[in-house]
Design a protein. Structure first.
Length: 517
């Protein structure tokens, strides 16, 4: 006896209706805007034929405001699992064609069920945000739904990577789930994200503003620092997510996907020597150093548009995945300010959570001076960077390229903050402060009495650099591992990384440290 044909046809019809979402007209309108449908976004992420949907037939149980007469296919969110470059990933995609992708209790429960699966199986979570926010008709049930999502975002934090793609509206409380993710990718033209939009701001404060000022991708990527990557369209956003996943382990019990070779290339790169300016006062674009240090010159830069005085990103060195942190002297002379401290600290803590080794390139004159910085809490924010490095137990390799002064020297992963190896170039200056400032304080009387004050200052500055800022002084005290030629940097760093990949470091038992938030 075979299964009755009408049952198979009923199943197939239901699947077709659900897969159509809000209907061909709405999907066509979105395609005209250059937007993919919710299901097309998942298809773009996963390897063909590997996606398995979870909760396709879920329906809401709301009865008020006419919802008892409305059917929302898949309740406005498509959830499931599939493979990305051979690795299992859990993902959900909100469907704006279905009641504007609003979140109700059933919608939220589908997301929570997926997150629980990801936690049990140790798989990354990718969320595609495109929603009008809470489903107002469901009142507190919608709020409860958001609470469950936020709670599981926090449970998953540090256990599995979480990547949010903001591909449409993300307003009000809906913005907090992406904010709890490790990375936010946002499309440039079709997305916006805010807690209170221009109309609410106008009503409450009387101030007239625009969406570009409070919720645009450009603003979040360059001013607020909420967004890590700008994507040109949906396809580009998915490509960035896939690139991120290619550097990350599936969960915190695994190592990153290193591509180790039998032999490490230790050849000198003489072109690196040519990148070093004659004077430490001359600007130096650290990107030139990075391109020669990492495999293929490829750095997946994180927060590229925000706090540009420090660069963070993911790369490989001789096949080993690394998180790279580098001062950028072409911006604010590479000084650490509030935003740079926050940017680097969060990235370092992410790398530590997922066993990604850290390589730090140092060229820092100090913390940025200024009334605004002091009143804004540079002490507290700078302490986040100190806390992040000191609490990090992954392999840590530091290279001092040029300046390393005062507290900022310590904050950029000095030996005292737990670096496994610290190397310095022969032109490096490691001191409490820069030679010019030190001389003006230490030799004030001699300078005042000198017939040629400038000549005397130049002489004392050169003497101070030689005696008190030389990398050989720090090497003689055992504060740095070695002084190396710039040309040796890639080979030395690669070999040091390989020798620390098995590193295990135990810390005092505690619930958690108290980050100076």
């Amino acid at each position: 006896m075979t299964l009755r044909p009408e049952l198979l046809e009923q199943l197939r019809r239901r699947r077709r209706e659900i897969a159509a979402g809000g209907g061909a007209d709405k999907i066509g309108q979105r395609q005209a805007q250059g937007l993919l449908s919710a299901r097309e976004r998942l298809d773009a992420l996963f390897q063909p034929g590997t996606f398995q949907e979870i909760g396709m037939h879920v329906r809401h149980n709301a009865r008020h405001f006419g919802l008892d007469k409305k059917d929302f296919p898949a309740d406005g969110v498509v959830t499931g699992t599939g493979y990305v470059a051979g690795e299992l990933v859990a993902a959900y995609s909100q469907d704006f064609t279905v009641n504007a992708g609003t979140l109700g209790k059933a919608h939220a429960q589908k997301i929570v069920t997926l997150m629980q699966y990801a936690l049990k199986n140790g798989t990354p979570i990718v969320s595609m945000q495109d929603s009008g926010g809470a489903r107002i008709q469901e009142a507190v049930d919608a709020l409860s739904g958001y609470g469950g999502v936020f709670y599981h975002n926090v449970l998953a934090s540090g256990v599995v990577p979480q990547i949010a793609l903001v591909l449409g509206p993300c307003a009000g409380g809906a913005a907090y789930s992406p904010a709890l993710n490790d990375f936010i990718i946002m499309t440039r033209h079709n997305a916006h994200m805010f807690i209170t939009g221009p109309e609410v701001i106008k009503a409450v404060t009387g101030r007239t503003t625009t969406m570009a000022e409070v919720g645009s991708t450009e603003m979040h990527a360059t001013v607020s620092g909420n967004v890590h990557f700008i994507a040109e369209d949906d396809q580009h956003a998915v490509q960035i997510a896939a690139a991120l996943l290619s550097y990350l382990p599936s969960n915190n019990t695994e190592d990153p996907p290193h591509r180790l070779s039998d032999q490490i290339v230790l050849d000198s790169d003489l072109a690196m020597n040519a990148l070093v300016p004659a004077s430490s006062a001359d600007p130096m674009d650290v990107r030139g150093i990075i391109r020669r240090l990492v495999d293929g010159g490829e750095l997946l830069e994180v927060h590229a548009g925000w706090a540009r005085n420090i660069i963070v990103g993911l790369a490989r060195i001789e096949g080993m995945v690394v998180g790279l942190v580098a001062n950028q002297p072409t911006e604010l002379a590479g000084a650490l300010d509030i935003n740079a401290s926050d940017k680097a600290a969060r990235f370092i803590r992410f790398c530590n959570a997922f066993n990604v080794p850290l390589v730090t390139l140092v060229d820092v004159p100090g913390f940025l001076p200024g009334v605004e910085q002091e009143r804004g809490g540079i002490i507290r924010h700078g302490a986040k960077l100190l806390f992040a490095y000191a609490s990090c137990t992954t392999p840590k390799i530091t290279v001092i390229l040029r300046k390393a002064y005062g507290g900022s020297y310590l904050a950029m992963c000095s030996q005292e903050l737990g670096a496994d190896f610290v190397y310095a170039w022969p032109n490096a200056e490691i001191a409490v402060m820069g030679a010019q400032g030190a001389v003006s304080l230490l030799y004030r009387k001699e300078l005042q009495e000198a017939p040629d004050r400038k000549a005397k200052a130049d002489e004392l500055i050169a003497q101070y650099r030689e005696e008190f800022a030389s990398p050989y002084l720090s090497a003689s005290r055992g504060y740095i591992t070695d002084v190396i030629e710039p040309a040796e940097t890639r080979g030395v760093v690669a070999l040091s990384l390989r020798k620390t990949l098995r590193k295990r470091e135990l810390r005092p038992a505690k619930k958690h440290g108290n980050v100076p938030l």
